[in-house]
Design a binder for this molecule. Sequence first.
Ligand SMILES: CC(C)(COP(=O)(O)OP(=O)(O)OC[C@H]1O[C@@H](n2cnc3c(N)ncnc32)[C@H](O)[C@@H]1OP(=O)(O)O)[C@@H](O)C(=O)NCCC(=O)NCCS
Length: 146
Amino acid sequence: MSKAIFAVLPLGMYDVLRPALTAAGLPADDLLEPGRSFFELSDDDGPIGFVGVEGTGADRLLRSLVVLPGRKRQGHGGLLVAHAEAVARGGGVERLHLLTTTVADFFRARGYQPAERASAPAAIAETAQFSSLCPGSAAYLLKDLT
Ligand SMILES: CC(C)(COP(=O)(O)OP(=O)(O)OC[C@H]1O[C@@H](n2cnc3c(N)ncnc32)[C@H](O)[C@@H]1OP(=O)(O)O)[C@@H](O)C(=O)NCCC(=O)NCCS
C-alpha cells in the first residue's frame, strides 16, 4: 500500500467529492459558497476520502467527511478528522462543531462531545447545515481544540 497524502482541493475541483457526498447523503449543493476549505486524502490508487472545514473565527464547522466505498474501515476517516483538526488549530480555531445523523459514535470516540443545538454559537447556528441542510434530528457535537 502506498503512502497516503493530504492535499487542499483547489476551488471547484469537486468532481469526486460532490458525487461521494451525494452518495453518502451529505449536503453537496453549497460547496462553492465562500468560507469553505476541502481536503483530499489520496494514495497511488487514487482518492481515498475528503473532509471540509467551514467558517471563520474561533468556531468552525467540520463537514463533508466521507471515505470512498472500498476504502472504509482502514483508519482513513480518523486520519481525515485529525487532519482537519490540525489545519483548524493551525488557523487559530478553538472549537470544531459538526452535525451528524449517522456516525455520532465515530466522532465521540475521537473526542467530540454531544451538546444541545440551542447552545451552538451564532457562527455555527447560522451555517446552512444548521439552519436548513441537515434535519433537526441530527446530533450536534463539538470538540475543544485548545
Ligand atoms: C464515517 C466514515 C467517514 C468513517 O470512515 P472510515 O475510514 O471507515 O473510518 P475509520 O476506519 O477511521 O474508523 C472506523 C471506526 O468508525 C466506526 N464507524 C465507521 N463507520 C461507521 C458507521 N457508519 N456507523 C458507526 N460507526 C462507524 C467503526 O466502527 C470504527 O470504529 P473503531 O475505530 O472503534 O474500530 C465513513 O464511514 C463514511 O464515509 N461514511 C459516510 C459519510 C458520513 O456519514 N460522514 C460523516 C458526516 S458528519
